[in-house]
Design a protein around this ligand. Structure first.
Ligand SMILES: Nc1ncnc2c1ncn2[C@@H]1O[C@H](COP(=O)(O)OP(=O)(O)OP(=O)(O)O)[C@@H](O)[C@H]1O
Ligand SMILES: [Mg+2]
Length: 309
């Protein structure tokens, strides 16, 4: 594998040994290289001075882009429809917007995994992306569900068969390695959508309890920061589902997305999903923090065997 990736990697004044080290790491291209920090290259065994030199070149080759306010305003963003009618009607972009990080938090059975499956199908059906990477941390990915959602969206299952890539990381370490070194290969090959169902599961298992809170927060933040880098570099859209935690309130118990403040700050659009009556196949979501959307808005949905409508 590394052989193929090295094609885009040639840097002036950087010796064979260092280039080999970068390739062994899985650095796919100059573009990919430009996402790293000096500290990360030093951690990977490259001398500090050399790391600075390498990244200076990568930045110069990649260019540092700036936009005027006018350009920023005129910029068109690609969007795909989710198939959840009220979501597509009521959200500011009329669907899911490119280069954004979304979070959908909710209790068990609210439809998070269903939505995750559905977005994978919808994005491919509408040509938003050629490939979807689906990170399944809870082992709930269901090809049969993909098939029935595909029927509804009128996509041939054969078209999805190679376009949906499922990854099941065992640990936080695997997840980090994947996002830093493997995912960029997919991004270079036309993947614009990443789904992680759920983002906090591995972290809650590995960093349990209050004593580990700071470490857990830091590691989640680190991962989300890589998603931000990919969004910036490759225009990647990320969909994160999230579990909720009980929070004691004055006279009751409230629910809040797990992962605390780090997620709140790093995610571009956060929604809470609620299913008040588990006997009914319906629920609603509301914007916990979505730019341009009032927190009073309610997006109602039905849960069907072909996804959320
Ligand atoms: N293939 C299917 N056909 C019909 N209903 C389904 C299907 N898969 C799941 N459901 C139902 O849809 C509802 C939502 O399930 P989903 O797995 O999306 O919940 P979730 O929010 O991901 O929950 P969890 O936190 O347990 O992962 C559940 O009531 C479930 O029974
Ligand atoms: Mg689930």
């Amino acid at each position: 594998m590394p052989k193929k990736r090295e094609e885009g990697l040639s840097l002036e004044g950087v010796g064979e040994a260092t280039l080999r080290k970068l390739q062994e790491l899985g650095v796919a291209s100059i573009r990919h290289l430009s996402e790293f920090t000096v500290e990360e290259l030093v951690d990977a065994g490259i001398e500090p001075e050399r790391a600075t030199k390498i990244l200076r070149q990568a930045a110069a080759l990649e260019g540092i882009h700036s936009l005027t306010l006018r350009e920023l305003k005129q910029r068109q963003h690609q969007v795909f429809k989710t198939g959840v009618a009220e979501f597509d009607e009521k959200t500011p972009w009329g669907g899911v917007r490119e280069a954004y990080i979304y979070e959908f938090a909710g209790e068990f059975g609210t439809g998070k995994s269903m939505l995750a499956h559905q977005l994978a199908v919808a994005a491919i059906a509408q040509g938003f992306t050629q490939r979807v990477v689906y990170v399944d941390t809870e082992n709930t990915f269901n090809p049969v569900l993909i098939e029935s959602i595909a029927k509804r969206f009128g996509v041939d299952f054969e078209r999805l068969a190679d376009a949906v890539v499922v990854v099941k990381p065992k640990t936080v370490f695997y997840l980090e390695q994947f996002v830093k070194f493997e995912l960029p290969r997919h991004l270079e090959e036309g993947c614009k959508l990443l789904i992680i169902d759920t983002i906090t599961a591995l972290y809650r298992a590995e960093f349990p309890g209050r004593e580990m809170l700071a470490a857990r927060q830091q590691r989640i933040h680190y991962l989300i920061d890589w998603l931000r880098r990919h969004s910036h570099t490759y225009g990647l859209t990320s969909i994160l589902t999230n579990q909720v935690m009980d929070v004691p309130e004055a006279f009751s118990v409230g629910k809040r997305p797990a992962g605390g403040n780090v997620l709140a700050h790093a995610v571009n659009a956060r929604f809470m999903m609620v299913r008040p009556n588990k006997a009914k196949m319906e629920g609603y979501m509301w914007p916990l923090d979505v730019p341009g959307m009032s927190p009073d808005a309610q997006i109602r949905y039905q849960i069907t065997s072909e996804g959320l409508v």
